[in-house]
Design a protein around this ligand. Structure first.
Ligand code: MN3
Length: 195
């Protein structure tokens, strides 16, 4: 069964003016779609054709890993966004952030710094690692699953994620993501499922 491009969990205009419909036309309609198409070509007629996306991520390397991981990373990233999002989480997630980072402000600083300093293409993450919340960076398609970490939140810092709306201003994109876009309910749900 070939993989399919999942629908965005919101209308492509829903995050304007922060992330435009044009960004989603390219980022979801062209980039994410290309990862799905490439992966399907690579697994056709091979044992991987019967595997789940996670199984392929764990066992594959090279181009097959890159495309499988990028399919997963992008699907996860869309769920990390919502209209009217951002700000601070509440409840058990807020408590866990305070426990492991000292304060929300400290977490925010560490996450934003990881996103800003990831050299070239990649991702910044909030992960659960050995029962603790941590900030992580991955390059290119690399993904926490491959490092035995559970992804809780991510920001895509490939230039294709922000160049249409923010040009070269990656820090402004990161600030907008934190202030206006993070879907903390999704992050809380990921934490609840992992603990
Ligand atoms: Mn991307």
């Amino acid at each position: 069964m070939p993989f399919t491009l999942p629908e965005l969990p919101f209308a492509k205009t829903a995050l304007e003016p922060h992330l435009s419909a044009e960004t989603f036309d390219y980022h979801h309609g062209k980039h994410h779609n290309a990862y799905v198409t490439n992966l399907n070509k690579m697994i056709e007629g091979r044992p991987e054709a019967g595997k789940s996306l996670q199984e392929i991520i764990m066992s594959a390397d090279g181009g097959m890993f890159n495309n499988a991981a990028q399919v997963w990373n992008h699907t996860f990233y869309w769920s990390c966004l919502k209209p009217g999002g951002g700000g601070e989480p509440t409840g058990a997630l807020a408590d866990a952030i305070k426990r492991d980072f000292g304060s929300f402000a400290k977490f925010r600083e560490e996450f934003a710094s990881a996103a800003a300093t990831q050299f070239g293409s990649g991702w910044a993450w909030l992960v659960l690692d050995g029962g603790k919340l941590k900030v992580a960076q991955t390059a290119n398609a690399d993904t926490p699953l491959k490092h035995n970490q559970t992804a809780l939140l991510t920001i895509d810092v490939w230039e294709h994620a922000y160049y249409i709306d923010f040009r070269n201003a990656r820090p402004k994109y990161i600030e907008t993501f934190m202030d206006k876009l993070v879907n903390w309910e999704f992050v809380a749900q990921n934490l609840a499922q992992a603990t």
